[in-house]
Design a protein around this ligand. Sequence first.
Ligand code: FES
Length: 330
Amino acid sequence: MSNEISKFQDPGLPAHQHRKSDTDPKAEKRAEQQVAILFLISAGGTVLSIASYIFIKPGKFVFLPIMGDVDAHQLFLGLGMAIALLFIGFGAVQWARRLMPDEEVVAERHEFRSEEVDRKDFVNTVKERAGVAGLGRRTLIKRSLGLALGLSALTPLVLLRDLGPLPKKQLNKNSWEAGTRLVTDPGDRPLRPEDLEVGSVAQVLPALKNGEERTLENIGTDAVLLIRLRPEDFQLNPERLSWTHDGIIAFSKICSHMGCAVALYEQQTKHLLCPCHQSTFDVTRAAKVIFGPAARPLPQLAITLDEQGYLVAKQGFTEPIGPSFWERSS
Ligand code: FES
């Protein structure tokens, strides 16, 4: 039984008009050149974005009316990518409008799934039309399109450069070392154990050496939380217990999940909380993770007293502080 649905006798379409490029070889040539020019402009856009990425250093500004000072590196990188993608689209549209076969065919209405023979016919027709569309014959368009597409694929590859260079030992560096005094932040005041009551918490930084200045970057890696418990509250192994002083324990303030500042201390439960994704660390057990996405405890800083009775680091951190990363051993 045929699955053909009743014919529509008069669909009311206007008479088909042939395009100029269908009948005039000169117009066809002109259309072909226009399409190629659009693809070449796209290729130029890619070159512009790659060149601005490599040659224009970030931080150079150009003045644009209305927008004011704009970072030239970002401006031309974005502009180039926009031109590259936009003109591939323009070229494809122009190609379809002016040069692709423009014939009207009658397709009878059928039920949704075509018969097997029609499906095979469809595949054959697509192959045949691809040939007629000149995919093989129009070398100028084929090459300029290949160039535009090929170059546009280069942009994301070039941007991969931003993944490097590898930080190597940089991520292990901070300012803490044996004998560094713990000073208040803010205030840079050295601390004695008696300055901290049981249950209190203080944010500290390493004391500056002569001539040193504190930078935001230093603060971002060196911030430490000092917490005072009763010595009997700790559940630590002997080594970690020896890193505390009279109930005072110190941890890096930088969350081991993604580097937020661990800023909340619950005095009752003795838990430290990271506000970003709620990782929770148990202070009594060397900041063991008891909840949340952090995969490791906050690094503990070993502390002791110097000759004047001020709190100092016994040694630097023994593991990298901050978020986990691919090269870390802990
Ligand atoms: S950064 Fe602290 S929990 Fe995610």
